[in-house]
Design a protein around this ligand. Structure first.
Ligand code: EPZ
Length: 415
């Protein structure tokens, strides 16, 4: 695994363009399978999770071309419905192929997905919804066998607005007889992007927000779709600009998808300006911004918790983080403390007492957003730092070292 070598203490300055969102691209790639047609996804981020999703599509028999941010998928040639464990364990989003496989072939053989270790991360809500739609699913250890004589419409009320379960059930419903009514669906912008793509393919999806109706059995075409800009990439670079007291402008950004994060940064003393589709953050002094409680959209996003914690580690004052989405999402705290951060974490709470200065250290990334948090803190720290296991970061941040270098960061990748 590569190592990031960072020399901190330089305020970030400059302008960068965001990429298409990982968490939009992955369900979109799974959705191409359900269409059975030729689709083109533009601004698809060049990250290892997208490579993994394309490997699954190729394994299933689809023709996939990746070139310059465009992923073209011809799903008409899909001819099998099994996904080997080595492909499933690369990312959590691999489970999103279950719905389209059932919709398309009425059968699926796969295993539990891999991905960031943030807690138990069960898929019971995915399976419960699919069973209600008429799928017979057996779980034997890690192996999942699913089959159906035909999915049927029904009403599924999710006990919690699970992003993945919402996406899987939408994709399965495309192949059902009748209409799936999905209550308490997740409302993340990436799901809205998936619905826009599916409607462009001819899908009959009504409703907005947490109540959706998907009429199955509608013949689908392909479509050409530009992937939604990555709001988590935005949150990460904004947090890095704040932590280093810099001046950074983002383009290809959708500020309306970041309101909870922007509110925290403004309360923390950052100056945010929006002009001509760009979002600029300037920060000369950073202070604690009150409690940060993660919640489903449009609350404060759990994926921004670690990056913002890195910034609050060098803010004046005390910030209490409350992580309500995942039971083990403070795995970046020990490494932040190695840099000199004052953080006490217990169960769902982490209390961060800002310090005037962090110092360089050697650390190991534990997950995608936690790894990004370590980079942010190392950029703010005085001296040199080394971060190992950067493969976690490469799963979700395209051109990370290049983008930070463009902003003046002193960061290198050691192969
Ligand atoms: C998606 O994960 C994202 N991943 C995550 O981003 C993000 O943190 C999460 O949504 C919440 O916003 C992708 O989109 C690829 P959930 P997902 O189902 O679908 C529990 C990143 O860093 N749950 O909304 O797995 C679950 O354990 C990643 O980019 C069940 O109990 O999230 C968690 O506590 C990390 N049973 C909560 O719901 C289920 O069947 C939210 O999970 C499913 C979920």
């Amino acid at each position: 695994m590569d190592i990031f070598c960072i020399r901190g203490g330089t305020p970030l300055h400059g302008r960068i363009a965001l990429h298409g969102a990982k968490n939009a691209a992955l369900p979109l790639l799974a959705a191409t399978l359900a269409t059975g047609a030729r689709c083109e996804l533009l601004d698809c981020p060049d990250i290892s999770d997208v490579t993994a999703a394309c490997a699954i599509l190729r394994h299933l028999g689809c023709a996939v071309e990746q070139h310059g941010g465009i992923v073209a998928v011809d799903a008409g040639s899909a001819c099998r419905s099994d996904i080997p464990a080595e492909l499933m364990r690369k990312m959590r989003a691999a489970v999103l192929f279950l719905g389209p496989l059932l919709a398309r072939f009425g059968t699926a053989e796969l295993s539990l997905p891999g991905g960031c270790v943030l807690g138990a991360r069960p898929i019971d809500l995915h399976l419960r919804g699919l069973r209600r739609m008429g799928a017979e699913i057996t779980l034997d250890g890690e192996h999942i066998s699913a089959r159906t004589d035909g999915l049927h419409g029904c009403t599924v009320a999710l006990p919690l607005p699970s992003v993945g379960a919402t996406e899987n059930l939408i994709l399965a419903a495309l192949g059902c007889r009748g209409t799936l009514t999905l209550c308490n669906a997740a409302r993340e912008p990436e799901i809205g992007d998936l619905i826009i793509f599916l409607r462009a393919c001819g899908a009959d999806i009504r409703g907005e927000g947490s109540l959706l109706r998907i009429r199955g059995g509608v013949p689908l075409t392909g479509a050409r779709h530009t992937v939604l800009p990555d709001r988590m990439e935005a949150a990460t670079y904004l947090a890095a600009a704040a932590a280093t007291r810099g001046d950074v402008t983002l383009t290809n950004v959708r500020p309306e998808h970041l309101t909870a994060v922007l509110a925290v940064l403004e309360r923390a003393g950052c100056t945010l300006t929006q002009q001509n589709g760009m979002l600029r953050l300037r920060c000369s002094r950073l202070r604690a911004a009150g409690p940060i409680r993660t919640a489903p959209y449009d609350g404060f996003p759990t994926d921004a918790q670690a990056p913002l914690m890195a910034a609050m580690a060098v803010a004046e004052g005390v910030t209490v983080f409350e992580e309500n989405l995942f039971e083990d999402r403070f795995r970046h705290v020990p490494a932040l403390r190695a840099l000199g951060a004052h953080i006490h974490a217990a169960r769902r709470y982490a209390v961060v007492t800002g310090v005037r200065e962090l110092h360089g250290a050697s650390m190991t990334a534990t997950d995608l957003r936690g790894g990004a948090a370590l980079v942010i803190a190392a950029l703010a720290a005085r001296g040199r730092s080394r971060i190992a296991d950067t493969g976690h970061i490469d799963r979700g941040y395209a051109c990370f070292v290049q983008m930070l270098t463009e902003l003046g960061a002193q960061i290198e990748r050691e192969m």
